[in-house]
Write a protein that binds this ligand. Sequence first.
Ligand code: HEC
Ligand code: HEC
Length: 158
Amino acid sequence: MRLICFPSRWAPAVLPGLVLGICLLVSPSAFGQQPVAEEKPQTPWVEDNDTRPAEVAYKNIKVLTGLPANRMKALMNTWKNSLGVECTFCHVKGEWDSDSVKEKGYAREMQKLTVNIARDYFDGKEEVTCYTCHRGEAHPAKRLPAAPVQRRARPVAP
Ligand code: HEC
Ligand code: HEC
């Protein structure tokens, strides 16, 4: 480490403590925790122009069949934000195809539910989404809050 900051022929002339101090000042990155190889994290996503069906481009697709693979990124982010959770609520980080988190299975059921609602009640139109129920929460509210949380004008007609 000293060699990086100081030519070795100077080293004997300077107190080791001072050398270390200067090294810390000059090259804090040399003491960082991340090895250079990990600086570019591997993306879980396919290339932006990859429109193959998700089940072809990804490894373990059971309900999102037919979805263009390049739309997975936006969809996963929408799920994440609709439920107000992190990706790891449903996934083991980096093992995106694994089914070991049970919430991933629930999410598949929920995707079917959402598609079925559109099919059965809204002429196939996507009127109800994850957000319609979840509103940024993993557990959608079942009952009215005990006290009104906000007062706003109430429509008297549709
Ligand atoms: C609410 C649960 C949930 C959240 C949150 C979520 N995912 Fe997913 N993810 C799933 C499910 C379910 C599938 C499988 C879909 C299927 O079977 O069609 C999936 C599939 C994937 C795949 C495809 C893996 C493969 O090769 O089969 C990737 C990549 C992925 N998710 C990444 C992410 C990332 C990154 C985030 C955060 C931005 C995220 N997911 C957030 C539930 C979730
Ligand atoms: C019709 C309303 C509705 C829609 C639409 C809906 N959900 Fe849900 N979801 C619920 C309810 C209700 C629960 C049970 C809440 C609880 O466990 O307290 C739930 C539970 C879940 C859970 C399990 C939470 C946990 O803690 O284990 C996941 C994951 C989930 N939903 C994901 C989704 C995703 C992803 C979508 C969109 C594809 C979606 N939901 C659409 C109502 C809905």
